[in-house]
Write a protein that binds this ligand. Structure first.
Ligand code: ADP
Length: 692
């Protein structure tokens, strides 16, 4: 894995970790705030319930004190019978006393003495009392029993006259000797409690309720749905009281007693009222509990989201920076490599701007091309081969390889092989990278090698040549002998006479033969001289057919004399190419000699070499093929390698094809070994000077 990938992974993991941490903290904070809200509101509910219970307890205790005062009066009067009880307390005096006793005790609505049959003896509301019987009331029934509880708390009822809700606290009235005299009661106003409850209730969705332990609602901060006086034996608060008589809190999601909303979630806290069969509950809705938490949660979520955004942005920036940095490093690296290459002291390298200005160059480049630099730019247009460079700079091509032949200040000429690539270089824009190599010595060696190879060919041809020259010489010899013979036949003693027409005709015939044979020998010798000479002059146009003719002149005869049929087919149109004719001849002579040797070694009866030269639209094609053994696939790729030969030591140099290949390449063409059914077939393709 590359460093960059691991760096990217590192940034990604850190980002994920920070984002995860952010959300962990956010969720933690939200959860904490949630449990804080629940905790705070649970304790608030506890406090409110505590207050409500204390207040209710005190209020009822105050009412109980009134009851105790009423019982004290019975003792003071030493009442012994119920009749006495009825008589004494029906007096106006006690009406006043009652009113006085309950005055300033707000919660008490009424105080009443009740006879054993339930009839009101006296009550604080009016005098004389109305004829009301309370025998059916729960508190009365409870207290009139022989063994009643110390006090009874009656159900809340709505006063028919005032419409106010009142519940009663009752005690039994007994004589000192234990006779049941009746019951004393005080009416306590439910609204008194409700009003206090409303004052301390923390919100609109909260309520405080005052319950009798049997599940009857005696007072409530809201009397929604008319719960007052109704008994709910299965209310949650009842079971809470049963299970935790000391008080408890519970989180509820069950529907409320009076279900007027869909919001069921709430805290229900219960506290018992001291010394009374009653308790209070406070219920606080989730709306209230979580109001602050919701704000906290939204702020926290917004913060976490914002932070996540910032973290992601920062990591993206960091990735961008990393990528940019990587790119910058890569470019710098590339620049350094390029610089190192250009600055190599031995290399002929330079970087040129697109207009040819030299931006950077090696010392050897400067030394080699110093004379061609004008106002900072390289000017090679006037140098042999330089025009192609000038053209390349103008054209949209990407690369060029060419040779240039430049004069040096000392007068000698040097050949440079120049490779130019157009390339975008960081910081420099579109440039050209130039790499040149001094090929002078290499080329000279190549020429020398070709020359020596040619000399070897000439040597090889020498035997054939001797034979070829021998023929005209023999013919001349015989012609001269014939002529001399004829002359001897004439009588030398005879006076000179004008030669006879026969003699003249014979001498003319012989001399014509001699002339033609000497011309042939001279042409052969002169051709060999031309062939043997290294070409010094510049390339020039010539007809490829002449090269064929020249080559066949040199080796045609000796091929034929070895019993090889030589079939020549040349175009009747000129096949003009550029180069040195003798060099193309050298190539053809090489191919012909190779074919000759292959056929000689083969021992075939029908030996044949075909030579062809013709022009196509695109090229001039020369072909030399034979019906010899051909070239096996195993060595096809190697025949053009220098020094590759299958001939015996001494007879082959292995240079013929390699040098021929170089000559054709220099002429801008190709020499290849073509596929053929039998024997070997060599193909030369040359660029034509003009096309048909
Ligand atoms: P040389 O002739 O000195 O061996 P060349 O470079 O001219 O060197 O040829 C290389 C080899 O190519 C030859 O040794 C021969 O094996 C093979 N070759 C060339 N021409 C022919 C041909 N016409 N037929 C068969 N083999 C050939």
């Amino acid at each position: 894995m590359s460093t960059d990938a691991s760096e990217t992974r590192r940034i990604a993991s850190v980002t994920i970790a920070i984002v995860a941490l952010t959300w962990l903290v956010a969720v933690g904070a939200i959860w904490r705030s949630y449990s804080n809200s629940v905790e705070t509101w649970t304790s608030t509910a506890g406090l409110a319930a505590e207050m409500a219970a204390a207040y209710s307890g005190k209020s009822i205790a105050a009412a109980d004190l009134v009851l105790k005062s009423m019982l004290d009066w019975i003792s003071e009067e030493d009442i012994r019978t119920s009749d006495q009880f009825r008589q004494v307390f029906s007096q106006r005096h006690y009406f006043d006393k009652l009113r006085e006793r309950i005055a300033n005790i707000e919660q008490i609505d009424v105080a009443t003495f009740i006879a054993t049959d339930g009839q009101i003896i006296i009550f604080s509301r009016s005098f004389p009392q109305p004829g009301i019987n309370l025998a059916d009331r729960d508190y009365f029934k409870e207290q009139i029993r022989p063994t009643p509880p110390p006090t009874s708390l009656g159900n809340v009822v709505q006063n028919r006259g005032t419409g106010r809700w009142t519940f009663y606290k009752a005690r039994q009235a007994r004589s000192r000797d234990g006779n049941i005299l009746g019951v004393v009661i005080v009416g306590i106003e439910a609204e008194y409690f409700a009003e206090f409850f409303r004052r301390i209730v923390p919100s609109a969705d909260s309520s405080i309720t005052f319950w009798r332990t049997d599940g009857t609602v005696l007072a409530s901060s809201s009397n929604k749905g008319g719960v007052l006086g109704r008994r709910f034996p299965n209310a949650v608060s009842s079971s809470l009281f049963r299970e935790h008589p000391q008080g408890a809190s519970k989180w509820l999601t069950t529907p409320r007693l009076i279900n007027d909303s869909n919001e069921h979630e709430r805290i229900l806290t219960m506290r018992p009222i001291a010394n009374e069969p009653a308790y209070v509950t406070i219920s606080i809705g989730a709306e209230t509990i979580f109001a602050a938490w919701r704000t906290d949660r939204n702020v926290t979520l917004a913060l976490a989201l914002g932070l996540t955004g910032i973290i992601l942005w920062a990591s993206r920036q960091s990735l961008h920076y990393q990528t940019a940095n990587k790119r910058r490093r890569a470019l710098e690296f590339e620049r350094q490599i390029l610089q190192a290459v250009v600055d190599m002291p031995l290399a002929l390298t330079a970087i040129l701007a697109s207009d040819g200005r030299i931006l950077r160059s090696s010392l050897s480049f400067d030394a080699a091309f110093r004379t061609f630099v004008q106002s900072g730019s390289l000017r090679l247009a006037d140098v042999a081969g330089g025009e192609s460079i000038a053209q390349f700079i103008r054209e949209p091509r990407d690369q060029l390889q060419t040779d240039i032949n430049v004069p040096t200040p000392t007068g000698e000429r040097r050949v440079y092989h120049v490779a130019i690539v157009k390339k975008e270089i960081p910081g420099l824009g579109p440039c050209m990278v130039v790499v040149a190599s001094d090929e002078t010595e290499h080329r000279a060696a190549q020429v020398a090698l070709a020359q020596s190879a040619k000399m070897v060919t000439l040597g090889e041809m020498a035997t054939g040549m001797a034979h070829e020259l021998n023929q005209p010489i023999n013919i001349i010899h015989m012609a001269v002998q014939n002529a001399l013979g004829e002359l001897e036949f004439l009588d030398s003693d005879l006076p000179p006479a004008a030669p006879t027409p026969e003699i003249i005709s014979l001498i003319t015939e012989k001399l014509t033969i001699i002339l033609s044979q000497t011309t042939r020998a001279a042409s052969l010798i002169s051709h060999m001289r031309v062939f043997g000479r290294a070409p010094n002059e510049a390339s020039s146009p010539f007809d490829a057919r002449s090269a064929c003719e020249g080559a066949l002149n040199l080796v045609g005869q000796q091929i034929r004399t070895r019993g090889i049929a030589l079939n020549v087919e040349v175009d009747d149109r000129p096949t003009m190419v550029m180069g040195h004719q003798t060099l193309l001849e050298q190539v053809l002579v090489n191919l012909l000699i190779n074919a000759r040797d292959a056929l000689a070694a083969s021992g075939y009866a029908e030996k044949r070499i075909d030579v062809a030269c013709h022009a196509t639209n695109a090229s001039i094609i020369l072909e030399v093929s034979d019906n010899g053994p051909g070239i096996p696939d195993s060595i096809r790729d190697r025949v053009f390698d220098p020094f590759f030969t299958t001939k015996e030591t001494g007879s082959g140099t292995g240079l013929g094809l390699s040098i021929s290949f170089g000559i054709i390449k220099d002429m801008g063409g190709t020499l290849s070994l073509a596929r053929s059914i039998a024997g070997a077939r060599f193909l030369i393709e040359l660029p034509p000077i003009f096309s048909y």
